[in-house]
Write a protein that binds this ligand. Structure first.
Ligand SMILES: Nc1ncnc2c1ncn2[C@@H]1O[C@H](COP(=O)(O)OP(=O)(O)OP(=O)(O)O)[C@@H](O)[C@H]1O
Ligand SMILES: [Mg+2]
Length: 356
């Protein structure tokens, strides 16, 4: 969790400094005041990238040449100072004065999740978001997931480069053994992560939607077929298309809601609840593994939800025991009491507000 947070020149925020509550924080303000920007800045500090997919140029405040973010994180055991500076020269990361760990060190110091008005894409959008979701859980519960994932990406890149260069089948086959080994390791790691998260997934699904959810990992190549065999059979096609068509980079997480395929057959509000249930379950799973509360960013949780759904979501969020930073248009909209701090944002200026 994060106790102190400083932003300068990030989007419309020129300078802001916040003392955050370890429990619930509410940021309220009118449209375009800078609420989402503030959450985006917090998320950037823990991820080294924007959850809105924005480029550096769009994130730097108009007229400025760089943005700087700084935070003091805290666990039971220690406190860390983390910082990010981004300009045309590139991203600079600091964790307790050192830049060695890069973005992975930020993610370890400030693990966080986001629920924003685009969250339904986790259910309704393409498989990449679901793979990222699963990889995030695996990163926190499986010790060597990041290393396996990185080595897999490298093997995929090499094989694809050989395909693009129209190398001989023999040359391409020479990449297969390593590709298969790392694919299976990545596959195992994701399956274990899903297994570890499955109780939480079921519980939050039931809590938020009142129904059973089903999650099935699809590995990215034909079921019941060995990957090396699939690669052999797909070699010609891979050569034609110039990239590897089968493997864990093509995996997906199929979601069932009752007996329906959630991706196509549930309403927008249900998709939001479903995606939120997945994120809360992932957060709980990571918290259990790390033995500390995570940071959860809730951007405009009221969007798309009726009063009943919103209060179920907030109840589930509060039950998680994580640190929350939420936004809303109105001060009283979320009706949260106890352990909380409030901030008002107006034209990019953040000020503490009385919690009354
Ligand atoms: N690089 C930038 N420099 C300056 N201002 C920017 C930059 N990028 C975005 N803005 C502006 O920042 C303002 C705040 O945007 P933000 O999305 O944070 O508002 P918000 O409070 O979340 O609004 P809403 O309630 O509509 O979601 C907008 O007016 C936007 O145009
Ligand atoms: Mg917003």
């Amino acid at each position: 969790m994060i106790r102190r947070f400083k932003v300068s020149n990030f989007r419309c925020l020129e300078n802001a400094e916040l003392e955050l509550s370890p429990e619930f924080n509410l940021i309220y303000g009118a449209n375009a005041s800078g609420k989402t920007s503030l959450l985006e800045a917090l998320a950037y500090l823990g991820r080294g990238k924007s959850f809105r997919g924005a480029t550096t140029t769009n994130l730097i405040r108009h007229g400025a040449s760089e943005f700087v973010l700084f935070g003091e994180t805290q666990t039971e055991l220690r406190s860390q100072r983390i910082g990010v500076r981004n300009s045309k020269e590139g991203l600079e990361v600091r964790v307790d004065g050192s830049g060695d760990g890069g973005v992975a060190a930020l993610a370890a110091a400030l693990p966080l999740q986001v629920i924003d008005p685009e969250v339904h894409n986790l259910v309704a959008g393409g498989p990449e978001l679901r793979r990222r979701f699963l990889d995030w859980v695996a990163f926190h519960v499986e010790h060597d997931h990041l290393e396996v994932w990185r080595r897999f990406r490298r093997a995929l890149k090499q094989r694809n480069a050989a395909l693009k260069a129209r190398s001989s089948p023999a040359a391409i086959r020479s990449w297969n053994a390593e590709f298969v080994e790392l694919s299976l390791a990545l596959d195992d790691s994701r399956r274990r992560a899903l297994e570890i998260a499955s109780d939480s997934l079921g519980e939050y699904g039931l809590g938020l939607l009142g129904t059973e959810l089903g999650f099935e990992y699809q590995q990215g190549w034909m079921k019941d077929k060995a990957l090396d065999r699939s690669l052999e059979e797909g070699l010609e096609r891979d050569l034609q298309l110039g990239s590897t068509q089968q493997g864990p980079h093509r995996a997906d997480l199929k979601i069932r809601y009752d007996e329906r395929q959630a991706r196509k057959l549930v309403s927008r509000g249900q998709q939001k609840l479903l995606a939120s249930a997945m994120i809360l379950a992932a957060t709980e799973t990571a918290q259990t593994a790390l033995e500390r509360p995570l940071l959860l960013l809730l951007d405009d949780p009221a969007a798309e939800l009726d009063a009943d759904s919103l209060s179920r979501l907030l109840e589930a969020v509060l039950g998680l025991g994580c640190q929350v930073v939420a936004t809303s248009l109105e001060k009283g909209a979320l009706n949260i009491r106890g352990g909380s701090a409030m901030f008002h944002v107006e034209h990019g200026v953040v000020s503490p507000a009385k919690n009354t």
